[in-house]
Design a protein around this ligand. Structure first.
Ligand code: FE2
Ligand code: FE2
Length: 214
């Protein structure tokens, strides 16, 4: 990754391209295979399919948010190493985004209509936390990833037992999110005050319950 040579203006243009790809196009990831590919699809009833679809639409919307958070923070991060680390994580989040998108399509549904809104809101939050300073923005990332790990655990429990393909995707995502959390902490992320952590959990509940339906 050689983005340290880019000016702020270049990065804004690249970010606009990234935003359009995330919300409307094909995201560019690391090239890892979809974990569902090696997993046999079980026979799911129509009720099970629609339950899986709602959950995977939520996970797709969550990855849109993750992408925007990382891009927003990379835009305003002060240290080059912090920015590079965020861009690498954003590539892995793009894998997640593509895998969830593929699974939503396999289940015969569509992604959240509100994705542009999720992206814009998360980009603003990411850029704002990047402005506060690298240690706080890394702490914000670590907390976000920790909450995502917890959320994915809940979805792994809630998915229909036969939906092995969705589970394979979520298990790999969970491992990646835990690594993103750990690397943000290793890079100096600070623990956020409890009120901020509670507010973050509350806002993610608003997004997840909305994307479940729309
Ligand atoms: Fe992710
Ligand atoms: Fe992550």
């Amino acid at each position: 990754m050689t983005t340290q040579r880019y000016s702020l203006f270049d990065r804004i243009i690249l970010n606009a391209d990234q935003a359009l790809r995330t919300v409307f196009g094909t995201p560019v990831g690391t090239g890892r295979p979809n974990p569902a590919t090696a997993t046999a699809d079980a026979e799911l009833s129509s009720t099970e399919k629609s339950a899986s679809l709602c959950l995977m639409r939520v996970n797709h919307a969550g990855e849109v948010c993750a992408q925007a958070l990382y891009q927003g923070q990379a835009l305003t991060a002060r240290r080059t190493e912090t920015r590079t680390q965020m861009e690498q994580a954003a590539l892995e989040e793009n894998d997640h985004l593509a895998w969830c998108q593929q699974r939503v399509q396999e289940l015969g549904g569509s992604t959240s209509l509100l994705n542009p809104l999720w992206y814009a809101g998360s980009l603003a939050i990411g850029a704002a936390s990047g402005l506060i300073g690298d240690q706080w923005s890394l702490g914000f990332l670590a907390e976000t990833e920790q909450q995502v790990v917890k959320h994915l655990d809940g979805h792994l429990q809630r998915l229909p037992s036969g939906d092995q393909r969705s589970k394979a995707i979520l298990q790999q995502m969970k491992a990646d999110e835990a690594e993103h959390r750990d690397s943000a902490l290793r890079a100096g992320g600070r623990q956020l005050p409890e009120t901020v952590r509670k507010l973050m959990a509350l806002s993610s509940r608003v997004m997840t319950s909305t994307a479940y339906r729309i």
